[in-house]
Every structure is written in structure tokens, then in C-alpha cells.
Write a protein that binds this ligand. Sequence first.
Ligand SMILES: Nc1ncnc2c1ncn2[C@@H]1O[C@H](COP(=O)(O)OP(=O)(O)O)[C@@H](O)[C@H]1O
Ligand SMILES: [Mg+2]
Length: 343
Amino acid sequence: MNIEDNYAGCCFVGGDSSEREVSLVTGTQVAEILKENGHDVIKIDPSATKNEQTELNGTDHHWLGIDYPEYDIQPLHRGTLYLKNILITKYLKPDIVFIALHGTKGEDGIVQSMLEAAEIPYTGSNSVSSMLAMQKDLSKIFFKLNNLPTPKAYILDRPDASRKKMKRLTFPQVVKPNDQGSTVGLSIVNNYDDLEKAIDTAFKYSSKVIIEEYIPGREITVGIVKSRTLPAIEIKPKHNFYDYECKYKTGMSEYEVPAKLDDELTQNLHNLAFKAHTALGCSGYSRVDFRVNEAGEPFILEINTLPGMTPTSLVPKAAKAAGINFNTLIEMIIEEALDKQGR
Ligand SMILES: Nc1ncnc2c1ncn2[C@@H]1O[C@H](COP(=O)(O)OP(=O)(O)O)[C@@H](O)[C@H]1O
Ligand SMILES: [Mg+2]
């Protein structure tokens, strides 16, 4: 099979994570593009019931012909629906599943491992790399093993863990849940009182909390697609950090593409992004978030293995600056996934 073939795909959208709404936007866009490119595509929300799937795809779709297990799990259990929908996906025999989910049970390797168990091919990083990228403490271990710079951090692995070591911290510090995205539950603090409050907040979102050295300076992100780094983007949020509102509300951030950086720093960021992507074994595409301090030293914050993919998202913006339009970008991601499984 080659890319000109009219392969059939499923696009996984929605899910039940805190980033569901963003995923619905990404997934709907991706599905539209796949249709525009001439492919047969059906959207699947892994957390949805049959009626909800029908609503998602419209009543004229061949979805209705599927022998969908009718019984309901009472009380309705979204987690179990994931299993049911993986079965349905297997039944549909897609050439590829485009995963347009974000956050937990999507970006963290859970859905990837379900698809692996069912031997259904899908786009992006595998379950292990997805998990490593989602767990910021584990990503840091891999970055350090590969001599990649990342801010110094303490990890609290339970709410009642000793906070004695914190007494030596200098401020500001960044407090974040270990495995969330979209800046959810993240605070920047300047004193011990606020630190304690921020730790409690972060524990509401994760069973581990990271307390990380604040890196003053610039915010840069580098996208990767098919082992190729895309032009760096500088993000200039209206707030003092790139929070949920600045990420998703139009006009709340300015973006410079390509970022105005000297050649040496640009090269350095591209190298680091590619090495970080490789260190975690990522594939297909990803986006590496950096802070660059006043001395021009870059620090890797994290890797996003399922970055936003609406036409105004960062990876599509960077691709555009490299002469790759949105339709081609989606095809490149699928192409890599099909190549990986020998088509
Ligand atoms: N160590 C840090 N120094 C400065 N700003 C930070 C630091 N860590 C996070 N931030 C700010 O918070 C945002 C979100 O942090 P990040 O680690 O990328 O988590 P998320 O998974 O929520 O995107 C960053 O884009 C940046 O604006
Ligand atoms: Mg980030």
C-alpha cells in the first residue's frame, strides 16, 4: 500500500480527559482534512456510547451498520466504553487510527497500549514513549541520562511527603502536577506560604508534584514531524506564563515564527529537540517546550507527544513556515505510521 492509495482511517477524538474540548477541535479538523484528502474516515470517541458516536458522525454514516454491542454498562462507565470502542475499531479494520486525543487516556500511553494489544496501527509515539513523555519526572530522568538540559526539580510522590528539603529553595519556583497538560494545576510561587498552597493545588490533579526551578527568559517550542525539526516558535503570552487562557484563547499570546534567535541558538534548540524526541523513543511527531534564559541557555520543560493539531496550533504554524501545509502535515504523520508497520 502506498500513500496514494485511498486508505481508510479512524480518527480518535474527545475522550474523557480534562483536555476533551481541545481534542474535539483537533480531531474534527484532522477528520475534515482526511476527508478532503480523499480518505474514508470515521470519528471515534473512545469514551462514547453508540448514540454519542452516531451524533459525532452524523446519521448517514456507515457507522450505523456496525454491530455495536448494545448492552450498557450501568451505571455508565466511561473507562469500560474505551474497551468497547477499541473492539469496534478492530471490527472496522482501519488501515490506520489517527489519535487526536490529548491528556490522560490519550497522550499518556493508555489508548496506545490498548491499540497495541488489539494490533491496530495508529499514529504517533508508542505506549512506552507516550508514558515517558507524560510523566514529567520520568522524562527528566531520560533527559539527564542523555545530557540534555532540564530545570532542577524536586518530586513529591505523596501529599504527606517530607517538605524539609524545600527549606533550601530559592524563589521563584514552578509547582506543577507530574502528568497533566495545558498548564492545568500549575503555579509560579515566590514564597513558602504560596509554595505550600501551590503543592496542595497540584496534588488535586496528580499523585506526584514537581517543584521546579523557575527559568526567567523566553519561551520557545520546537515541533518535529517525520524526524525533521520544524522552525522554532517564540511564544509571548499576555500573562506572565503560558497558561490555559493564553494557550487557547485567540489574542492572548503572540507567536513569532520562525523565532528571532541567532543561528547558534537556533541550531542548538533544533539539536536538543531532536535528541529529546529520540531519547524518549518518540515517533511520528511531537513538540518540545523550552525556556531559554537570559544567557541564551536552553532548558527542556517537556515533550508533547500529541500536540494540538488545529490549523492555528503550534506544530501546524511551524510546518507552514517550513512550506508544509496542514493537509500535507497530516499525511506525513500517517505516512510515518504506515511505514513503521511495513504498510
Ligand atoms: N521551569 C519553568 N520556568 C519558567 N516557566 C515555566 C517553567 N515550567 C513551566 N513554565 C511555564 O508554564 C507553562 C506550562 O509548563 P509545562 O511544563 O510545559 O507543562 P504543560 O504540560 O502544562 O504544558 C510553560 O509553557 C511555561 O510558560
Ligand atoms: Mg507545555
